[in-house]
Design a protein. Sequence first.
Length: 75
Amino acid sequence: MTAFSKDEIYTATEVVRNFSAVLGKISKAERKRAVIVKNNKFEAVLLNMSEYERLCEAVEILQGIYTSNKRENNG
């Protein structure tokens, strides 16, 4: 399970009321992510584009490794 720091967690109400400020902190990389909580449950994560792109690239690499290993083990 991922650990979140207190300054990364926002209620949905806080995000609605302060969206521009929250987005600004994420865009300027003052915060790595904003975790949004609704009804005491983690519901979403807001990331800046460079972090999102980095994660997408990591997924592509892992999918390639998985596919390659699957072929080797079945081939």
